[in-house]
Design a protein around this ligand. Sequence first.
Ligand code: PRP
Ligand code: URA
Length: 206
Amino acid sequence: MGLHVSSHPLVLHKLALLRRVESEPKKFRELVREISQFLVYEATADMPLAPYTIQTPLGSMEGHAIGARIGLIPILRAGLGMVEPVIDLLPTAHVWHLGLYRDHNSLEPVTYYNKLPAQPDIDVCLILDPMLATGGSAVAAVDILKAWGAAKIKFLGLIAAPEGVERLQNAHPDVEIHLAALDERLNEQGYIVPGLGDAGDRQFGT
Ligand code: PRP
Ligand code: URA
């Protein structure tokens, strides 16, 4: 329930290229961009619509606009690469960055940037983070958004481990998870296997 793993052939094709060690940062960023657009297309299939009257060259008719205020919540750093492709498709979305990193020893998330305004100004939050590993960062992000007052939250990720999905679903069963792939497991260092390595490092060449 609430877990959507894309089976679209284009997603699978691009995901294989993304995982390959040969994909250097420029190629990697392009693929993050392309897959993110497929993911947000699937994740917004249930968005409410607001009808309004438009004029075509041949007459008037009822058209539709997206009827929800959408907020994008990229998790720094790696979620940054998903912002531009998603906001290209949702140009009126607001972007609220959250800075979280995993402590290398405990693997628990540490929050270092949060400038959310006092009151939520959006109806739907889309958390953008390529990797859902132990799930600690995603749970912390949802905790922050719920404490802020966010009503509806979805998580968009490229690759997850079963451990991370389970942790997020146990903590926040109401949060839909949209993924390009669900992998086998975590290794001893908390990396997703087979995964793609470190999504931040691979995007930014670090
Ligand atoms: C990565 C990734 C997630 C987190 C997932 O970020 O982008 O935010 O790890 O791991 P988790 O599910 O075990 O919490 P990282 O901490 O490596 O920071 P970075 O994006 O700045 O490299
Ligand atoms: N963060 C990453 O970037 N990759 C992983 O495999 C796990 C966490």
